[in-house]
Design a protein. Structure first.
Ligand code: SF4
Ligand code: SF4
Ligand code: SF4
Ligand code: SF4
Ligand code: SF4
Ligand code: SF4
Ligand code: SF4
Ligand code: SF4
Lengths: 145, 144, 628, 282, 123, 359
């Protein structure tokens, strides 16, 4: 019973944390916009938390550069299981327009495992919402498997 | 103090401004650069898009007749579509849906005429691999 | 009976002399330990016998008078030696007044019982004998270590233990005295002992602070002599019991009582006399522990409490309540600004004594019981805490609480004992808090008193909670168990156990011992109010659930399926997960550093003390003036 | 016996009420911000989810402290419903609050440390106010006992209107609402991250959340004493009070604790004195 | 060549910058551009009432430039940036990040200069 | 034992939308020392000038920052246009102004929201962002993307505004103006807001000038400097007066930005009224050669591009001095001796944009 409740709750209360890994702000503000009245992801029980220890879903925007890759790893490690990672925007997916730059690692999945990729430059709030929904579906899969 | 009260009371009385996405999808504005796709039937494999693309995420193989784009690198700037001489690149207004693994858009088309028709290999096309289309020889790209 | 009294009062003096003259350390250890055991046994036996009144022979009476003058002259000698005018003047005043009183006023024909033991006195004897002895025993290894640090050529321990043990006897005498002149004598002995002990280390600060303690307590002495003379003139008796029998006082007698209370204030280091007790911190820790918990300051509150029936319902009573409450509040505020562990303890002591005195001033049966219980619980917890700080200081070389961060890691046992000690000062189900509860209930009718108590108790929470909190943390390192001598660990453990056991015994103590004792003695008709107000602790088993809950919480905490992680440092943490260091500017690792807020701009000692002293002085003048 | 039953009932029902209230709070707040907001049961989803997460801790003291916080909070609610003594209830509650602080202090994290210090300042601010409110109630009713207070035959609000305002300061602080959400806030965007809660996660965080519900209920229960003569008006009073809290939360910036200490103490004490003198005069 | 620019030398640089300051110019920023011959041009941009003025300083390879952060505090960020991106060193920088302003040790070559290895950053 | 606490403020920190790190040393929450560590957003995109041709570079420059991307593109295009002596059609210049001012508006509204968030006023944050969505809709409907609009090309613009679109924009701006007006009393006069912003992070006129503060940060200290006064693009045809406030504290800076929203609405109206007919873009032939310094006014202040071309389609050097880069030294002097709680307020008061600072 309790297990079922927890499972149900998990899908209804994904707390997100956003980390900017060197983005141009485009994807960040679209992520932030998801919280605001027009998109209001709190409808899905999503809360934007500021601290990896409270987060279920990590939203990463930006190219991942050499200085912040360690930070990204640290943050990921401080999240309690079960957790999911969503990479947002061309930068987070591959480095985007900056992928040839010397300081760009290029893609979140080079540092931590990524569950959902949300393309766009920037990804639209709707796309980000879709991404979170997919991440939740993945939670369920992980539990089943 | 409390100067914001009228605003919140007004909000309380009015309907929330929230758009009910994804349950209700509002109509997109026309001209929005959502998902990029290629009318592969019309593509002449000139490679202009791949040269102009600021992220260099398009690969065009003229001989094999493939057009491959990395949607995870594309920044949806629309330069390719603007510069495409065949005007076969378009954007859906809907954004490209997120995915759970890496993807590429690879499309198999009819390579331009001058070359001898090759057996097109069945590329692992995610997007529907285009039906073989006839490309006009006159529209073959001019090289600098 | 008389043998027991002899044991309690005279034996310590003899034991002290043995320590002084036989310079062997093993004899000293034996003497101190044995004296402690005997005192404990004797005090328990005395308790078993219940209340009594004891007439001493005339010989004793004369002996006390002679010793009294002798002591005053010794003090005068020190006044000259220290070239301190205040001490000289105050002592001469006492000699003159007392001489005049003995020669011209006192009717030597009428004799009063010299000693008596009622419930209050017996409780005090228990505290002095048991807790005092434990502290003395703790002192044995402590002083060895202490002198080791100082590299003394010739041990000064014989002298140290002379006064330490003598102190216990004097305290027992003080609380058992019925003849008020005897009380005065023992009062002076404690003054003198504390002077010697504070100055023990002989450093410049020690001498200075000892001198301050001496002159301030001499002020108390003068007030006491005056009080005695006035009281005698009004009542015609020297017996405390006889005076109390006369019931609530008025007019000049009230002034006399006020003066005696003033003497108590000085002893109890109430504002504005707190500085001597703070200065006493320079002495070795056992001395501080003794002064703060079971002796000296408790003598002060004892006197105020002792005379409480005489000022019941008078303006003086309100004044005393206000003074006490003000000290409670002010010292709690001062403690906030401190990071020196011993100073925090000192301010907390003064603050709690203020609470006791406020209770005495509120002067309802409930308040009086609260006061007595506070004396007991405070003595246990405070002595424990002093011993803890002493132990920690000897181990880490600092008494600054900031240096005790994560102490659990290196000294797990001491840290836990300290935490328990601190919690016993502020949380339910421990006794100190219950007394505070009773005090607040009793004070609810007094607007200013309750406001000050409310603010003060919140301040108290702040300085205790942060100290306890910072001791925690760190992983327990199994490979280096803490080693301590038996005589260090023994008293710590016993006192800690005492704090825990007494917490659980509170309702029993309240219902079975104190209510009948004081409610009856005070005003029997008030008994039912007591039960109504505190629910007679009927609810107590329920709060005890906190204790049970704590056990459960401990069980949860020890369950092992926890993944450890480093603290959150903005993702910049580097190195070991225990370290708490992060990668700062210029690729350098920045070590963890944190600190409590001491709010120097509000709670700074130098800033606040003058104002508090002025206010407290004003209150005392109001209190005495109101009595007129 | 009846007391015991009521107490148990309180302990069981309070978190349910607290969770529902938290959900409603979030919903109404969202409406005030022109958002749709989460489902009413959201608070429960959150807590259940947290219970299902991995235990990730810096040290074991935290676990100890959060459990004691919960137990103390639950007990204080139980004591209230069991009609015990107000001051005692308050002390038990304070014990929990102290453990919350100590848990935060036990971790080598500057955020948690700063949060703990701020929490202490908050305790320092509201504790005396609460004691004074209780003293005010005592002056009117002549008892600290909840049962006696409920039995009093006129609404206390009439005699202690200013003390109700004083209580509402304590309520705002306890609810961690603007302008007093310093030590930890319901929103992530705070300079000290989550303050005292920074280092808690998963089940431990759930425990703290439930304890917070208990505390909310406790202090609302104290509010309800101000109109205990009539169920209807009691509920109206509570609803109005809570709504006022929401309005305040949504129309004020977060202030600083220095400001709070100055402002709340001076206003609180002034109101107390006026109300007490008025009581004496009246 | 940009309008309103003046060449300066290593000796005159600081005093020229000082003069700009005394004339009431606001410091805008510095730019650098590598030249064919391997030397680097450093441009100092100033502004007064929306008029730009520039100083051009040619820094030979391997030499240190004098820092102007003592004159204009704001120059410290620009100089540290050039230290990172173009590998230029400045003498007397008020707060010297020594090549760690932007770059992590894992970036091994000077970004705007081809094939030049970054040497021990922390030294 | 010192009673100091060292706080690693960032790189990941909820108050910072972007990763930077400040080592804060505080004593009783008074900041005694603040040392920044940068490089968490540095990508090194200036170097792409040697790997992408000068047309493609425009899309890179747009992504220096996703907030005022339009204006970066304008500045870059103007640099190239100046090097290559390209005459940009009037209509294109006016359209650039319209989109630029729309960007300024959404940037300021975004900032006002974040600023409200910095002092814990969540409802106000929500309200500003709700209004902002109207501007985002305008962007999306007219330029095809919400944030990075990509309408600039060398020589002009790629997209046009039809008459109905213009009318719709003006109608929307009407609403925006009304809704923003409804918040004026709160952000500028509310007691709690003012007690957090007034006197926080004071910078005098002289300091501002000496440290080279730009944009609203400088104008909040009474510095009457705004690159739009240069009259680049179509600004020379428009009636424009910069918004200035003399106080130099966080309040003054928010006052300036708040009023600039009105000013931008006004500019869009003027531009829409004066929008001439004509081509969208001039033809571009050849490659840029030579050096140029170009300045434009971004929401955060003056932005400067230094571009050097060598006659090939790749550029020798593109150097971008963004406004926040200029505003960081002022910030470093504002933070010490403030309260910890004021750190977010003060940091945000310069409207920092780290992605542009570090590029
Ligand atoms: S994907 Fe585009 S919008 Fe997002 S951060 Fe990268 S460049 Fe900016
Ligand atoms: S025809 Fe268009 S899509 Fe096909 S290669 Fe040429 S530019 Fe690309
Ligand atoms: S996506 Fe393909 S075409 Fe584009 S850069 Fe990568 S390999 Fe080249
Ligand atoms: S939209 Fe832009 S980035 Fe995407 S493929 Fe076309 S040119 Fe390349
Ligand atoms: S180029 Fe023109 S005709 Fe060819 S597919 Fe595209 S739109 Fe159709
Ligand atoms: S003419 Fe040459 S350079 Fe121009 S687009 Fe065609 S192939 Fe490219
Ligand atoms: S965490 Fe709270 S304050 Fe921050 S953006 Fe979200 S809702 Fe607003
Ligand atoms: S200052 Fe920031 S917001 Fe403005 S253009 Fe630069 S990067 Fe963008």
């Amino acid at each position: 019973m309790f297990k079922k409740l927890i499972k149900k709750s998990r899908a209804k209360s994904p707390w997100i944390m956003h980390f900017d890994c060197g983005s141009c702000n485009g994807c960040d503000i679209e992520t932030l916009a998801c919280l605001t009245p027009l998109y209001d992801v709190e409808r899905f029980g999503i809360i934007n938390v500021g601290n990896p220890k409270h987060a279920d879903v990590l939203l990463v925007t930006g190219t991942v550069n050499h200085r912040n890759k360690a930070v990204l790893k640290n943050i990921y490690d401080q999240m309690p299981d079960p957790k999911a990672v969503i990479a947002i925007g061309a930068c987070g997916l591959s480095g985007g327009v900056f992928r040839d730059c010397y300081n760009v690692v290029g893609g979140v999945d080079k540092v931590i495992p990524v569950d959902v990729y949300v393309p766009g430059c920037p990804a639209k709030p709707e796309a980000i919402i879709d991404g979170v929904v997919q991440a939740l579906a993945k939670f369920e899969q992980k539990q089943a498997g | 103090m409390l100067t914001f009260t009228p605003n919140i009371l007004k909000n309380l009385a009015a309907k929330p401004a929230t758009r009910k996405y994804p349950f209700v999808k509002r109509e997109q504005f026309s001209g929005v650069r959502g998902e990029l796709y290629n009318d592969i039937d019309n593509c002449i494999f000139c490679g202009m898009c791949s040269r102009k693309c600021p992220t260099q995420c398009i690969t065009v193989d003229k001989t094999a007749g493939t057009w491959v784009c990395d949607p995870f690198t594309c920044v949806f700037c629309g330069i390719c579509a603007d510069s495409c001489p065949a005007k076969c690149l378009h954007f859906h207004a809907e954004h490209r849906p997120p995915s759970v693994e890496r993807e590429t858009i690879s499309m198999q088309g009819e390579p331009p005429k001058p070359k001898v028709k090759k057996k097109a290999k069945a590329a692992p096309a995610k997007e529907e691999a285009g039906k073989k289309a006839k490309a006009e020889p006159e529209e073959a790209p001019k090289e600098d | 009976m008389s043998n027991l009294l002899l044991l309690l009062i005279v034996l310590p003096a003899i034991a002290g002399l043995v320590c002084y003259f036989v310079r062997s350390s093993s004899v000293r250890t034996l003497t101190v330990t044995a004296t402690g055991a005997v005192l404990t046994a004797a005090s328990l036996a005395l308790l078993g016998q219940g209340s009594f009144v004891f007439e001493a022979s005339g010989l004793w009476e004369s002996l006390v008078t002679v010793l009294d003058f002798a002591l005053l002259f010794v003090v005068l000698y020190y006044g000259f030696k220290l070239k301190n005018l205040l001490i000289k003047v105050l002592t001469v005043t006492q000699i003159v007044l007392l001489g005049f009183f003995e020669l011209f006023m006192l009717d030597h024909g009428v004799s009063v019982p010299a000693l008596m033991g009622d419930n209050l006195a017996l409780v005090m004897v228990l505290i002095v004998s048991i807790i005092g002895s434990l502290i003395c025993i703790f002192g044995i290894p402590y002083m060895k270590e202490h002198e080791h640090h100082l590299n003394l050529k010739k041990s000064k321990q014989p002298q140290f233990f002379l006064f330490l043990v003598l102190f216990l006897g004097a305290m027992n005498g003080l609380v058992l005295a019925n003849n008020i002149l005897w009380l005065y004598f023992f009062f002076e002995v404690t003054t003198f002992c504390s002077f010697m002990l504070i100055g023990h280390d002989g450093t410049e600060v020690a001498t200075k602070n000892a001198t301050r303690a001496l002159w301030m307590n001499s002020v108390g002495g003068v007030a006491l002599v005056l009080g005695i003379i006035f009281a005698y003139l009004q009542t015609g008796t020297l017996g405390i019991v006889e005076m109390l029998a006369a019931g609530p006082a008025a007019g000049a007698l009230l002034v006399a009582v006020g003066l005696i209370c003033l003497a108590g204030f000085v002893k109890a280091a109430q504002l504005p006399f707190q500085s001597w007790l703070l200065g006493a911190m320079v002495a070795p820790t056992p001395v501080s522990a003794l002064l703060h918990s079971s002796t000296m300051v408790k003598a002060g509150v004892y006197m105020v409490l002792r005379f409480s029936p005489m000022y019941e319902g008078t303006f003086l009573s309100h004044g005393i309540a206000l003074c006490g409450a003000f000290t409670f509040l002010a010292c709690a505020a001062l403690a906030i600004g401190q990071s020196n562990g011993k100073k925090i303890l000192a301010y907390s002591t003064v603050s709690n004594l203020g609470l006791i005195i406020a209770c005495a001033g509120i002067n309802t049966p409930l308040a009086i019981i609260a006061a007595v219980m506070l004396i007991i619980f405070h003595a246990i917890s405070k002595s424990l805490l002093f011993l803890c700080v002493g132990t920690i200081e000897q181990a880490i070389g600092s008494r600054d609480i900031e240096n005790m961060r994560g102490l659990f890691k290196s000294m797990p046992r001491t840290a836990v004992v300290t935490i328990i000690g601190i919690l016993s000062m502020l949380l339910p189900p421990f006794g100190v808090l219950l007394c505070k509860w009773m005090a607040l209930e009793a004070a609810a009718d007094h607007l200013f008193v309750i406001v000050m108590l409310a603010l003060g108790s919140a301040l108290t929470v702040v300085y205790w909670a942060r100290w306890a909190g910072l001791l925690m943390g760190g992983r327990r390192i199994e490979s280096t168990p803490e080693k301590q001598p038996l005589f260090t660990r023994g008293p710590l453990m016993l006192l800690c156990a005492g704090a825990l056991v007494f917490a659980f015994a509170t309702p029993f103590l309240y219902r079975e011992a104190l209510v009948p004792m004081f409610a009856a003695a005070h005003a029997a008709s008030h008994g039912n109010i007591l039960d109504a107000a505190t629910g007679g602790f009927a609810i107590y088993p329920f709060i005890m659930l906190i204790g049970v809950g704590a056990l459960f919480a401990m069980y949860r905490a020890l369950r092992s399926d926890v993944r450890r992680t480093s603290p959150y440092l903005g993702g910049a943490h580097v190195g070991d997960i225990e370290d708490g260091s992060f990668l700062g500017p210029m690729e350098t690792a920045v070590p963890y550093q944190a600190s409590n807020y001491y709010l120097g701009e509000v709670f700074g000692e130098l800033r606040l003390t003058p104002w508090f002293n002025i206010a407290a002085g004003g209150l005392i003048i109001l209190m005495l003036g109101g009595a007129l | 016996m009846e007391g015991l039953v009521l107490a148990l009932l309180g302990i069981i029902l309070a978190p349910m009420a607290g969770g529902l209230l938290a959900g409603t709070d979030r919903r109404v707040t969202a409406w005030m911000q022109s958002r749709q907001g989460p489902p009413i049961l959201q608070a429960f989803y959150d807590v259940f989810k947290l219970f299902g997460k991995e235990r990730l801790m810096v040290n074991r003291w935290q676990v100890l402290c959060c459990w004691i916080y919960l137990i103390a909070a639950a007990l204080s609610v139980g004591l209230f419903f069991g009609k015990a003594d107000l001051l005692l209830i308050f002390f038990v509650q304070a014990a929990g609050a102290v453990f919350l602080v100590m848990g935060a202090l036990s971790v080598k994290s500057p955020y948690s440390q700063v949060g703990a210090q701020r929490e202490l300042v908050q305790i320092l601010t509201y504790e005396p106010l609460l004691i004074l409110v209780f003293a005010g109630i005592y002056l009117v009713v002549g008892s600290f006992n909840v049962g006696d207070i409920m039995a009093y035959d006129a609404p206390l609000l009439r005699k202690l209107p200013l003390m109700f305002i004083v209580l509402s300061y304590a309520l705002t602080i306890k609810l961690r609402k603007s302008p007093f959400d310093f030590s930890t806030s319901h929103h992530a965007h705070q300079e000290i991250v989550k303050g005292v809660l920074t280092e808690y996660s998963g089940p431990a965080l759930a425990i703290i959340e439930v304890a917070h519900w208990y505390e909310t209920i406790l202090i609302l229960a104290v509010c309800s004493l101000f109109w205990a003569t009539n169920w209807f008006w009691m509920i109206v009073l509570l609803a109005a009070t809570y709504f006022a809290e929401l309005v305040i939360d949504n129309t004020m910036a977060r202030m600083t604790w220095r400001w709070m200490l100055k402002y709340v103490w001076s206003i609180g004490l002034a109101l107390t004195f006026i109300n007490f003198i008025w009581l004496h005069a009246g | 060549m940009i309008p309103n620019e003046h060449p300066v030398t290593a000796e005159s640089l600081v005093s020229e910058v000082m003069r700009k300051k005394n004339e009431g110019y606001r410091f805008v920023t510095m730019s650098s551009v590598g030249l064919e011959d391997g030397t680097t041009d450093i441009l100092y941009h100033f502004d007064k009432d929306l008029e730009l003025a520039h100083l051009r300083f040619n820094l030979p390879t391997g030499e240190k430039a004098p820092s102007v952060s003592g004159v204009y505090f704001a120059a410290l960020l620009a100089e540290n940036e050039l230290r990172d991106l173009a590998g230029l060193e400045f003498e007397g920088l008020v707060l010297d990040y020594n090549g760690t302003l932007y770059l992590d040790p894992s970036v091994e070559t000077v970004p705007l200069v081809n094939n030049v290895k970054i040497v021990d950053k922390k030294a | 034992m010192s009673n100091r606490t060292v706080i690693p403020f960032g790189p990941q920190h909820p108050v910072l939308p972007e990763p930077i790190h400040l080592k804060l040393v505080v004593e009783d929450e008074i900041v005694k020392e603040a040392v920044p560590a940068l490089g968490y957003v540095h990508r090194g995109l200036e170097m792409l000038a040697t790997k992408r041709d000068y047309h493609q570079m425009i899309n890179v420059c747009e992504r220096v920052c996703g907030i005022c991307s339009m204006i970066h593109a304008v500045c870059y295009s103007q640099s190239i246009e100046e090097l290559m002596k390209i005459e940009v059609p009037e209509r294109a210049q006016f359209l650039r102004v319209i989109w630029s001012e729309l960007h300024r508006m959404h940037s300021h509204l975004l900032w006002l929201g974040l600023f409200a968030d910095a002092f814990g006023f969540e409802a106000l944050f929500m309200q500003f962002w709700k209004v902002r969505e109207r501007i985002m809709d305008i962007n999306e409907a007219t330029a095809g993307n919400r944030v990075i609009v990509s309408v600039n090309v060398i020589g002009g613009v790629r997209a046009d505004l039809s008459q109905e679109q213009l009318r719709w924009i003006l109608d929307e701006l009407e609403i925006v103006e009304k809704e923003v007006k409804a918040m004026e009393n709160t952000i500028l006069n509310d007691y709690t807001v003012k007690s957090r912003t007034v006197g926080a992070g004071v910078m005098t006129y002289d300091q501002a000038y000496e440290l080279g503060a730009v944009g609203p940060t400088g104008r909040g200290s009474g510095l009457k400097s705004d690159a739009r006064m240069l009259g680049y693009g179509a600004y020379k045809h428009l009636d424009f007066e910069p918004v200035v406030h003399p106080d130099g504290d966080s309040y003054a800076r928010s006052w300036v930005r708040f009023h600039e929203v009105y000013r931008s609405i006004d500019l869009v109206r003027q531009a829409a009224a004066a929008l001439p007919e004509g081509d969208l873009a001039a033809k571009v032939k050849g490659n840029p050669e030579g050096e140029v310094v170009m300045r434009v006014e971004q929401p955060r202040g003056e932005c400067l591009y230094y571009v050097k071309g060598n006659g090939s389609k790749f550029l020798d050097r593109v150097r971008i001095r963004t406004p926040t880069f200029a505003n960081i030294p002022p910030l470093l002097t504002m933070v010490p001796e403030c309260e910890l709680a004021d750190v977010p307020v003060i940091v945000l008061s310069i409207d920092p944009c780290i992605s542009c600072t570090e590029r």
